[in-house]
Design a protein. Sequence first.
Lengths: 189, 189
Amino acid sequence: MATVTVRNGVDVQALLETIDAIKAKPELASFTFRASTAWNDGTHSTARIGSFLHAGTEDESRTAGFTLQGDEPPVLLGRNLGPNAVELLLASLGFCYSVGYVANAAARGIELEEMEYELEGDIDLRNFLGISDEERPGFTEIRACARVKARGATEAELKELCSYVQETSPVRDVLANGVPVATSIEVIQ
Amino acid sequence: MATVTVRNGVDVQALLETIDAIKAKPELASFTFRASTAWNDGTHSTARIGSFLHAGTEDESRTAGFTLQGDEPPVLLGRNLGPNAVELLLASLGFCYSVGYVANAAARGIELEEMEYELEGDIDLRNFLGISDEERPGFTEIRACARVKARGATEAELKELCSYVQETSPVRDVLANGVPVATSIEVIQ
């Protein structure tokens, strides 16, 4: 009988089976994720996230999908109907780090009690606003700080895990190292 | 008396005044945005986004702030309690492009009728799952497709604007060109 071990809310047995399945059939590691945004008015858009492609097959596990609002604060001419794009980017990094930390801690036998990330990024909007092109459009630096509490793990173990998660984080990878972004447009008549 | 021109829901007069104010006092273009994530259970975390620093001063316009759920689908050991981190990253790019397109269209006198972005990204999770380090952890490519309808603008004008927005988009900039990400950890006893 298989031993089912759930640690940090992660089914470690299922995680190990997933890893074994991918080792046997590497294409199971291949995903195409998607999002769409529809403009409402002014700086306010709505994003929808639903199915994705997994090893060439649609994953239909999300019956309703997810809806997110994006907007700017009044100082950037919006009405605060949602966070703005760069704030969402920071949240994305925190979510990514968190999944990586929690799952890897589970696999290593570390029981977490608390796990938080605080993220911030500095930006100069002169380029975005067309005032000057001497500054880059995006963040000049992003800082992420983990706050972790775990019974039975040493400080050294928790720090080493933080470094490992940083090196294997999908979001941190594209932010730190860049990724090709192909942008096209279809004009509707 | 000032002429107030709202186009695409953007107060063009306020936009021009913002630009003039920044030209006179460049530090007004300086922002530090923030997000935090708190782990709930398994792959599920909650992000909070609230105040930010604008020219050294806290912007307190968001009385309640925003809350977002992040999770993984069952195939990645989650319960679909929210989109995952890389999907949120795609949504962030769509929101960023959308704000840029709508605001710049307004400034150029282009009235938009529809503005959507579809975004997708390919990823191989073998690195993230610790199976192999031959693949990068993150997206190998991101594709963004705008769909735009605008009365009174030519196809050439709308395409040129898409290129301009791409070049000045904060999120596209950090994705395409990379950004320093400093990650630290605080261990709670």
